[in-house]
Design a binder for this molecule. Structure first.
Ligand code: NA7
Length: 530
């Protein structure tokens, strides 16, 4: 009879988190296996292949810092890397550090059960099981697609595509296309689809703020300057509110207290720089409704000046606070609405009524299309963790434990789920930061914790319920000082029907990193070690 292989750590997911974790844990002499549903590494960047898929953090910053030779030798071709190049980078990292031999591709982890008697997780996959002392969910924050169940969708005679599961054989040339959604994904895809489609209907439920990315070939002078002191840039970035952007800087000034002409000049200057530099203009944007409105109004003025048809421009002007939903970066998004083949359809009222074999019905009007693109986002932060059947101490399932929203300590560990870690999960700054920075911080913290257990002859680490409850209260309290909880974003779970409405990421980088270090230094306060 085959015995279940026994390993130290099983990592779920071979995205950037899983790759670095494998490298780090291997270096500690821990037997580690990564299980990955996809056929290759890359995670988010393996699956998201829709037209225009691109990172909104600059490539020189959205990359690993743990290996000086890697960061010196890798060359990014553009200021913001497109999906194929990021996937190449992930593949390069896997090959460079010889990671593939411990990754099982095309394999889905279906569940894991904690066995208290042997202090191990019994992990089930669709291709056999493992017995692991530790499990790390490196399952990503924006990886479980959200596909609303529109009435009649099954009856559609044409093709339905979800941006996060984009097949290789799609050609939208000459097609009549409906894109559902106007988030970051849609805003990247729409200008490119508009160039080839016959007709494009953009079905907008909530207008989104977008600023020009100002993408282009990476300036060799910029690359050389960064590489001359890459470690310095990384260290400075780690002191920034999102773990990036030290080159453009985050102003301390208040938008409200700044003279209007000066304020507009600063916003204009940053609008020209492109990307998240814009949000760095004033420190009170996400804290003070009046400051937020001043910055939001600047964007609305840009929209009105760009879009020729006044009614379309008005519909594209968002009304919720800026940055409350993640701000988008675009290349020619608003300009696209000046094309004769692009039509904006308001679905903010009763929503999409139904799908027919030949189109989409909104407010009694049928829009005839042969392709529907669902750019409807993700069951963010908790989705990928909860889709695995995790069963902790005393038969407690993660679905029960998180039924009213995610409960954990530091976003890293869940009470009743011993020896289980979640990478960049809810309760940590996660999606409010440069994800690679947050991944590196979490991987280092987990690695250090495992060394601590080894050095202190401990086999189990578990968050206490009291500490986790206090942490959830802390996350909510910090969020309540911001404007983040004031609109229906995926940060709050508001985009998925039936999901508890809880603000999930912690606005609080880099203080959070210090807090994690303090916990480790204190001998893991809030955790039970045995
Ligand atoms: P997002 O930001 O969640 O955007 C999804 C879009 O789809 C958004 O405009 C939604 O409108 C819209 N949506 C979702 N469900 C529906 C229904 N039922 N009807 C109409 N419209 C709907 O996902 P993205 O993939 O664009 O971006 C996710 C993150 O990935 C992004 O922030 C970056 O960090 C990378 P809503 O705003 O909810 O009204």
């Amino acid at each position: 009879m085959d015995r279940t292989p026994e390993i130290d750590v099983l990592v779920v997911g071979a995205g950037f988190g899983g790759l670095f974790l494998l490298h780090r844990l291997r270096g500690l002499g821990l037997s580690t296996v990564v299980v990955e549903t996809g056929s290759d590494v890359g995670g988010t960047w393996y699956w998201n292949r829709y037209p225009g898929a691109r990172c909104d953090i600059e490539s020189l910053e959205y990359s690993f810092s743990f290996d000086e030779e890697l960061q010196q030798e890798w060359h990014w071709s553009e200021r913001y890397a497109a999906q194929p190049e990021i996937l190449d980078y992930a593949r390069h990292v896997a090959d460079r550090f010889d990671l593939r031999r411990d990754i099982r591709f095309d394999t889905r982890v279906t569940g894991a059960v904690w066995d208290d008697t042997v202090e191990r997780w019994q992990v089930a996959t669709d291709a056999g099981g493992w017995s692991a002392r530790f499990v790390v969910m490196a399952t990503g924050t924006l990886s479980a697609p959200n596909a609303p169940d529109f009435p009649g969708l099954d009856s559609f005679a044409g093709r339905v595509l979800h941006t996060a599961r984009w097949p290789d054989d799609v050609d939208l040339t000459g097609r009549r296309v409906a894109v559902v959604g106007t988030g970051s994904t849609a805003i990247q895809a729409i200008p490119l689809i508009a160039e080839v489609a016959d007709e494009l209907y953009v079905l907008q439920r909530t207008a989104t703020y977008s600023v020009p990315a100002r993408n282009g070939p990476l300036d060799p002078a910029v690359e050389a300057a960064v590489k001359a002191d890459y470690a310095g840039l990384r260290a400075r970035d780690r002191q920034m509110p999102g773990g990036f952007g030290s080159r453009f800087g985050w102003n301390d000034a208040s938008a409200v207290a700044t003279d209007p002409a000066e304020r507009d000049a600063e916003l204009e200057r940053r609008w020209r720089i492109g990307g998240f530099a814009f949000l760095g203009a004033f420190a009170d944007v996400i804290l003070d409704p009046a400051a937020n409105e001043l910055v939001a109004d600047f964007v609305r003025r840009k929209i009105r000046a760009t879009v020729h048809d006044p009614a379309t421009a008005e519909l594209l002007c968002p009304t919720q606070p800026i940055a409350c939903k993640r701000m988008c970066l675009d290349t020619g998004y608003y300009e696209t609405f000046n094309r004769p083949n692009v039509h904006l359809v308001d679905v903010s009222g009763a929503g999409i009524e139904r799908i027919t074999p030949g189109g989409v019905v909104v407010a009694g009007v049928e829009y005839a299309v042969d392709t529907i693109v669902l750019a409807t986002g993700f069951d963010a932060l908790t989705g990928a963790v909860m889709r695995v059947d995790l069963v902790g101490r005393d038969g407690r399932s993660i679905r029960d434990a998180w039924s009213a929203g995610p409960v954990n300590l530091l976003g890293l560990a869940v009470p009743d789920f011993p020896n289980l870690f979640v990478l960049t999960g809810p309760g940590s700054p996660s999606v409010l930061t440069n994800m690679i920075v947050s991944i590196e911080e979490h991987v280092e913290w987990i690695a250090e914790a495992l060394v601590h257990l080894r050095d202190h002859a401990c086999s189990v680490i578990e968050a206490t319920a009291e500490a986790a409850d206090a942490w959830v209260d802390h996350v909510n309290l910090v969020a309540s000082f911001t404007l983040y909880p004031s609109c229906n974003s995926w940060y709050l779970g508001a985009n998925v029907a039936g999901k508890p409405r809880v603000f999930m990421p912690l606005p609080g980088f880099p203080a959070y990193v210090e807090r994690c270090r303090d916990v480790a230094r204190s001998g893991y306060e809030g955790f039970r070690l045995s």
